[in-house]
Design a protein around this ligand. Structure first.
Ligand SMILES: O=C(O)CCC(=O)C(=O)O
Ligand SMILES: [Fe+2]
Length: 341
């Protein structure tokens, strides 16, 4: 049986990508530092302890779960932006897709966003969860492109005895006919502060807790951003809570457009809503910018931004910083200027 690959927190992102492509799973040791763990425990521990057991057998009758994590804590930034999580997630999921816009052949690269968040406490006596794939939510055929990279941060030590997540390395390569079996799974044993990363196609489940202490994990997912977020982040994280996070995290929470143009507000980058006092002011600003713009504008601007993002290796690029004479801007203007009749 394949052992889980473990990497140090300063490993090269390529090492993580390679492990994920081959096995679909990897453990990043010490992904969260002590201060982050302390902050997360202070913000989430009491809420988790006060929560009721789950109602469904799938979620676990001796399991507690809380969600809306970005509304409950600001300590997730170093976790979600960790270079060995966000970096590989971008590399694996932000793959250019060739398209035609009129007679122009261009490539569009999607964004990724935060999809679901949960802290999960498996109490003693909880049995194993059914093996499943995270991307089943999106009813995707397998094998296929990766649309999710899940992170499970150990908030307590994860052991085979206390219900460490069970994973089947390599199962993301399986087709949809092959059924998973517990005998093929291995427990992701790791100390608190380490994190298991696994792609959406990997069979996994919460393990059985035969110990006398709870097992606590914090899980979140990054998905391709042209899919709907599993957890409705616009409802889960109120505006004031969104504003407590840095721009990179706000964009990951959904205040961003996914090229070619999914998620716009008044044909604009939806992050502008956070730069004004309220929606009405943001809408007025959009109008002022002269923007009775067409859908082509949204496509064109996203192409420019997306190309700039690629050139700047994943950094957020302001639209103002994008040169107006960019070749791709010209390319996507073509539909307006070419009369095919
Ligand atoms: O708690 C765990 O280890 C995994 C939980 C899980 O996979 C799920 O609820 O989807
Ligand atoms: Fe799961």
């Amino acid at each position: 049986m394949t052992a889980l690959i473990r990497v140090k927190p300063d490993a090269a992102p390529e090492e993580v990508v390679e492990a994920l492509e081959r096995d679909g799973v990897v453990i990043v040791e010490g992904l969260a530092d002590e201060a982050t763990m302390k902050g997360l425990w202070a913000d989430l521990g009491p809420d988790l302890e006060a929560s009721d057991y789950c109602e469904s057998g799938y979620d676990g009758h001796r399991t507690r779960r809380i969600s809306s994590l970005f509304a409950r804590t600001t300590h997730l930034t170093p976790v979600v932006t960790h270079p060995l999580y966000l970096g590989p997630a971008r590399t694996i999921m932000q793959r250019p897709v060739p398209i035609w816009i009129g007679r122009s052949r261009i490539e569009m690269t999607p964004n990724i966003h935060i999809s679901a968040t949960q802290a999960i406490q498996i109490d003693p006596g909880q049995g194993k969860q059914p093996l499943h794939r995270e991307d089943t939510l999106y009813l995707r055929p397998h094998p296929g492109p990766t649309i999710r990279l899940q992170l499970m941060l150990a908030m307590t030590d994860f052991t085979a005895e206390n219900g460490a997540t069970l994973v089947i390395p390599g199962s993301h390569h399986w087709d949809d006919e092959r059924a998973p079996r517990y005998a093929e799974s291995i427990p992701a044993e790791m100390p608190a502060g380490s994190a298991l990363l696994f792609t959406g196609g990997v069979y996994h489940c919460g393990g059985r807790n035969d110990s006398d202490r709870p097992r606590v994990g914090l899980t979140l997912s990054l998905d391709v951003a042209n899919l709907r977020q599993e957890e409705n982040q616009y409802i889960a994280v109120p505006r004031e809570a969104v504003l407590a996070h840095p721009e990179e995290v706000r964009r990951l929470l959904g205040y961003d457009r996914c090229p070619p143009g999914v998620g716009w507000f008044e044909l604009q980058d939806p992050h502008m809503v956070l730069e004004h006092d309220d929606i009405a002011q943001a809408r007025a600003a959009a109008d002022l910018m002269g923007l009775n713009a067409s859908r082509e504008n949204a496509v064109r601007d996203d192409t420019v931004r997306e190309n700039a993002v690629r050139e700047n290796t994943h950094e957020s690029v302001s639209r103002e910083g994008v040169p107006g004479d960019d070749a791709s801007r010209e390319a996507t203007r073509a539909p307006r200027e070419t009369v095919d009749a």
